[in-house]
Design a protein around this ligand. Structure first.
Ligand SMILES: [Zn+2]
Length: 1001
């Protein structure tokens, strides 16, 4: 037989595009349209419905960037359409080439009931099914003129990302606004032909099945009367029944389709728009659930649920009804789908506390899966936190975005720093926006690395970010591939159901140990420095606020600010969303974030201040001239116990003198540092060991400036080639002594830097103030170190991870920029160095060999200046603090990291404050002291082993103890209550995390 594959495939495409799809709506009549353009920000629904609209017509422009227009459409269903399915087609001016990321609408009835959303691929509303004819139609559309930021020419700088710079030109032209007859048979024919056409293309060209489908498709096209598609659709469908009823083979891959819409909590739109995006998509999905009995939809991010509850009660009513039916499913257990590299230990824990608690309180749902499809890499501390939150499974697909290495598994056990393992699935469909095409399904089956031992994978199915979620077309296609020869089998179900099936079929999956590093988006550790600093500061302030407020409540009977802390935590957690903290959002989002962090700091400082004054005694104490030092860090400092307060004492001073050959020498009893005439650190001698830290001829505190223009994803990516060129900023405008500090000023490009170098208790502190006006540059602060080390430690949640200093394999080479929390540490046996910071996360570590041997260079990433999506990223003044700690053990690194982030506070007063809890082993770090969230007054203490070793110690409570019980992160008991008195024995394995609930006597 002659091979006519190409001919038939091309025929199918043209006939579908030009004849069959247009015949889905064979008849239509125009709707009357009017509009009210809301001035400024969005208004409540009632206000939009009550406004008096003015005229507008199809084709007219509407919608300046970020504005809202309320359209009213009215019409009458023609009498002759009686018995037919009628829909309103409401095209706001969509670009159907993009599934979301543009204008959107939510349709309301005149009484304010939400109907469904309008999105590029779902611009319809069902009117009558069937219609009686003669019905009066009146609908209202709340339409958001959200600009397209990520365009067909992506990553070009744009002013559209902030309403303050976006201008006022309308962005859209109103499209078709009509009542139309929906021909269901033609639509079903389109679904048949799409499923078969797409499946056919995925099958081997020499397979019999492919040719069977080809012949059937050709017969169906023969049966279509091109002048009367509606009248011939049934006959065309009949030609396809045979190939559509042939069942799949027993070894077919099984896909659990989960209806989903990945909605970024802020990104190319501000937070306030996400509130509406979520309401639109949720309305769309409750409507689809009513139409499609097999369909299941899952929504993550408790914050987004809370937004619906707070802002759109009419949508919430529909959602909660669908939840009760088990079909609109809360998935995951975090407040938002956060970044997991940068959030600190407690914040990462609280993501789960607040996320899980919302689902438990609202729905009694305590999920065991963690849903993070789009997060930019996964810190190795996460498995322990997941387990401590009462979960045990993780889903992400993001590692498929890695540029260099292909991850070897799709289903596996992920082992974290303490040995905790969580069952992890990477959907092999490699997408969180699956649209149920034959290609996606075939890719999932082909790509699945665990075939032979496992058969199940999950496909998050639906358009996110303004796409409206799953479409009826996806549901129709899934129904056809439920059991179809040549295709994976597809069924709708919940994430929980998928995981149970996947675990059951795969009892001994392979194990991956350590972080799940994303080999992409590495610059998210640096972009938008003030957002990152705001996060770090807020985390530190929250710790202090809880600690001092709990201490004041127990000791002085002060009121504990439960509600304020709950609210502030949720604000900080929201801003850890995977496009806010990473710095990849538009200017508007980061402008608001900076302001929010200022307000958070104000409020937390007021809480801390109030608690400390309550503890420090009355004015009489202050009148005596006493000053109390409060130490909020988890280690004793300068004679003040951790979590306590004591009178201030003056420490040993620093000696400063001029250096021969220019510059200055700073010395205290532990460290002697030489700063040359260029302001560079040329020597740092640990006086206890006599060991030099800085290699000969390779000065430290060296600022290095690199060109930084990645191939794409400007705010997200730094590409490896940035290192090929760069400038050492060695020219100083000024190097002078100011009291005990050496002050260095430099200028470069349009920018300038002032540094202040001081010695404090054996560490070299460096305050760097940068007035930054560069474009597409990367600023690093380099510390060449005379240390030979094959690996180094970076602090992560509740511990640290090791990474190689070499690039033996592509996996190691790919980690050329990585995340630290408060410290990076490296050592030779018996001697090490730490670099601690107060707000930077990105860093890189490399090794060199010169005449003296192997040295290691550690560089902190300070600033970038990408121009997309925020064209003004990081312009302005920034302040960073770093400290170099020669002679540091890993324990010293942990402690110094805390100290630089948790400064002492001085308060007038004379009453020493004993800590609420004391631990006599520095390796055991208390990360949280607070009152229980249930308002019982119980004291919650969370601590962990921080060095990677074992600890056996005693935790002493500074108050009478009735009972102690171990709990999970949500403060729910996990063991039997004990009565050890106020001395609680503690034994910990490496990095083990423990939470105790202590009932006061
Ligand atoms: Zn995302």
């Amino acid at each position: 037989m002659h091979d006519d594959r190409d001919l038939v495939e091309a025929r199918l495409k043209r006939v579908l595009d030009e004849r069959i799809r247009p015949a889905i709506y064979p008849e239509s009549v125009p709707l009357e349209i009017s509009v009210w353009h809301a001035p400024g920000e969005p208004v409540p629904v009632a206000e939009g419905l009550a406004a008096t609209p003015g005229p507008i017509a199809v084709g007219d422009p509407w919608g300046p960037p970020w504005s809202t227009s309320w359209f009213t459409v009215t019409g009458t269903v023609p009498r002759e359409w009686s018995g037919k399915i009628v829909e309103a087609i409401l095209d706001l001016g969509f670009d159907p080439g993009k599934v979301g990321f543009q204008c959107e609408g939510l349709v309301y009835r005149p009484d304010g009931t939400p109907v469904k959303s309008l999105n590029p691929r779902t611009p319809w509303v069902r009117i009558g099914s069937p219609a009686g004819g003669g019905e009066e139609v009146r609908l209202h559309i709340e339409a958001a003129s959200n600009p397209v930021i990520l365009d067909y020419h992506p990553f070009l700088p744009t002013q559209l990302g902030d309403k303050e710079t976006a201008g006022s030109d309308p962005l859209y032209r109103l499209g078709r606004m009509e009542l139309a007859v929906f021909d269901k048979t033609v639509w079903e024919l389109v679904m048949d032909l799409e499923v078969l056409g797409e499946l056919m293309l995925e099958l081997p060209a020499d397979s019999g099945r492919r040719h069977e489908i080809l012949r059937a498709v050709n017969r169906a096209l023969d049966a279509v009367d091109l002048q009367d598609v509606g009248g011939s659709a049934e006959a065309a469908r009949a030609e396809l029944t045979g190939v559509l009823s042939s069942p799949s083979v027993p070894s077919a891959h099984r896909v659990t389709a989960v209806g989903h819409a990945h909605i970024d909590s802020a990104w190319l739109w501000p937070l306030r728009e996400t509130v509406r995006k979520v309401a639109r998509t949720a309305s769309n999905m409750t409507a689809l659930l009513e139409d499609e009995p097999d369909f299941v939809f899952a929504m993550s991010q408790a914050q987004q649920w809370a937004w619906i509850k707070e802002h759109r009660p009419e949508v919430w009513a529909k959602v909660t009804k669908a939840v009760a039916a088990g079909r609109f499913v809360p998935t995951g257990g975090m407040w938002v789908e956060s970044d997991t590299n940068m959030p600190g230990s407690e914040a990462m824990a609280r993501q789960f506390v607040h996320g899980k608690r919302f689902f438990i309180d609202e729905f009694g749902v305590d999920n065991e899966e963690v849903w993070l499809p789009d997060t930019f890499g996964f810190a190795a501390g996460l498995p322990q936190i997941i387990k401590a939150a009462g979960a045990k499974r993780l889903l992400t697909q993001k590692i498929s975005w890695s540029q260099t290495n292909t991850f070897p598994h799709h289903t596996f056990l992920w082992e974290g720093i303490d040995g905790t393992r969580v069952f992890t699935h990477f959907p092999p469909v490699d997408s969180y926006n699956c649209s149920m095409t034959g290609h996606e399904l075939a890719h999932a089956a082909r790509n699945f690395k665990d075939k032979g031992v496992a058969r199940h994978s999950l496909a998050p199915t639906g358009y996110g970010d303004g796409g409206g979620g799953t479409t009826r077309e996806m549901v129709a296609k899934a129904a056809r591939v439920r059991d179809l020869e040549g295709s994976p089998q597809v069924e709708w179900n919940t994430p929980d159901h998928f995981f149970a099936a996947a675990e059951a079929e795969y009892p001994n999956p392979p194990v991956w140990v350590g972080e799940l590093y994303l080999e992409l988006h590495r610059a998210t550790l640096t972009s938008q420095a003030k957002t990152k600093q705001g996060n770090r500061r807020s985390e530190a302030l929250l710790r202090e606020a809880e600690l001092w407020a709990a201490t004041a409540a127990v000791r002085a009977g002060a009121e504990y600010p439960y509600q304020a802390l709950d609210r502030i935590w949720k604000t900080v957690l929201l801003h850890q969303f995977h496009d806010i903290l990473p710095g990849s959002s538009i200017a508007w989002v980061h402008r608001e974030a900076r302001r929010t962090y200022e307000l958070v700091a104000e409020e937390l400082n007021a809480i801390i201040d109030g608690a400390q004054r309550a503890l420090a005694g009355d004015a009489a104490g202050a009148a005596s001239g006493g000053t109390l030092v409060f130490n909020g860090a988890p280690h004793a400092r300068g004679g003040v116990p951790a979590g306590g307060a004591a009178p201030a004492v003056t420490g040993a001073g620093t000696r400063a003198r001029s250096r021969e050959g220019g510059g200055y020498v700073l010395a205290d009893d532990r460290l002697q540092v030489e700063i040359d005439g260029r302001g560079l650190v040329v020597s740092a001698v640990d006086r206890r060991s006599g060991r030099e830290t800085v290699p000969e001829g390779r000065p430290a505190n060296l600022l290095q400036l690199h060109p930084d223009f990645p191939n794409k994803w400007d705010a997200w990516d730094v590409d490896e080639f940035y290192r090929n060129t760069g400038t050492d900023l060695t020219d100083a405008d000024e190097v002078r002594l100011d009291a005990d500090a050496v002050v260095v000023r430099r200028s470069f490009g349009d920018s300038s830097v002032t540094q202040r170098l001081t010695l404090v208790s054996g560490r070299l502190e460096i305050e760097t103030e940068v007035d930054w006006h560069e474009r597409e540059k990367f600023l690093k602060l380099a510390f060449p170190l005379d240390v030979r080390a094959d690996r180094y430690a970076s602090e992560s949640q509740f511990g640290h991870v090791f990474r190689a200093t070499h690039t033996n394999t592509s996996w190691e080479a790919a980690k050329f920029e990585a995340c630290n929390h408060r410290f990076v540490h490296l050592e030779e046996p018996g001697w090490g160095v730490a670099l601690v910071n107060d707000s930077t996360y990105g860093h890189d570590v490399t090794r060199d060999v010169d005449a003296a041997g192997t040295t290691t260079t550690l560089r902190a990433s300070l600033l970038r200046a990408p121009r997309f999506p925020d064209p003004e990223t990081d312009q302005g003044v920034h302040r960073f603090r770093h400290a170099l700690v020669p002679g540091a053990t890993i324990g010293d690194a942990v402690r110094e990291g805390w100290f630089i982030n948790q400064p002492e506070r001085r308060v007038p007063g004379g009453v020493e404050v004993a800590p609420l809890v004391r631990v006599d082993d520095d390796a055991v770090v208390v990360s949280a002291v607070k009152l229980a969230d249930d308002g019982s007054g119980d004291v919650i203490v969370r601590f962990h082993e921080s060095t990677g070793g074992r600890a056996a110690t005693t935790l002493r409570a500074g108050f009478p103890v009735a009972e102690v019980v171990t709990t999970d992160l949500l403060e729910r008991p996990t063991g039997e209550p004990q009565r050890p008195g106020d001395a609680i024995p503690v034994t910990l394995r490496p990095f083990e995390l423990v939470t105790l609930r202590i009932k006061r006597a």
